[in-house]
Design a protein around this ligand. Structure first.
Ligand code: C5P
Length: 140
């Protein structure tokens, strides 16, 4: 039987955000060429670094990827999804956020897009992000 500590080390935790603007639209970013799943539209975010809390990781990722400043207190846990990823398992924690400083820029993505939740159904999204659409629709 697999030892629990080994099983845990195979879980990759990723944090992401549904940034919601005043019109109820959500920001998605397009994964750039050269990265896994290039061209797919995802909720901005990324991997936790060793010892980081999910909120601290998301604040860091949003500064690196979008050039915006978000306070950890403004990040509301929304939902999560889990998805097999090769020989590992991806655990995607999604937060919602309605308040930030700065204008989001595509610093790492190939494009950004503000979409209504209904429009997300027609976009190619990573498998872990796709099941979250319905929950975001219900939230807004
Ligand atoms: O962007 P990065 O390659 O660091 O993301 C790490 C992993 O998390 C990738 O496998 C990526 O597909 C996944 N991810 C995801 N949904 C997101 C953000 C990242 O499935 N919204």
């Amino acid at each position: 039987m697999t030892k629990p500590d080994l099983a845990i080390s195979r879980i990759m935790t990723v944090v992401a955000v549904a940034l919601v603007d005043g019109d109820g639209r959500v920001l998605l970013q397009r994964r750039p060429e050269g990265k896994a799943m290039a061209g797919l539209w995802e909720f901005p975010g990324g991997k936790l670094e060793a010892g980081e809390s999910p909120e601290a990781a998301l604040v860091r990722e949003l500064r690196e990827e979008l050039g915006i400043d978000v306070e950890a207190a403004c990040l509301a846990p929304a939902t999560f999804a889990s998805e097999p990823l090769g020989d590992r398992h991806l655990l995607l924690l999604l937060y919602a956020c309605r308040k930030w400083r700065g204008v989001p820029q595509a610093l790492e993505a190939s494009a950004l897009k503000w979409v209504r939740p209904l429009e997300m159904h027609g976009l190619d999204m990573p498998p872990a992000d796709r099941p979250l659409i319905g929950l975001i629709e219900a939230l807004l």
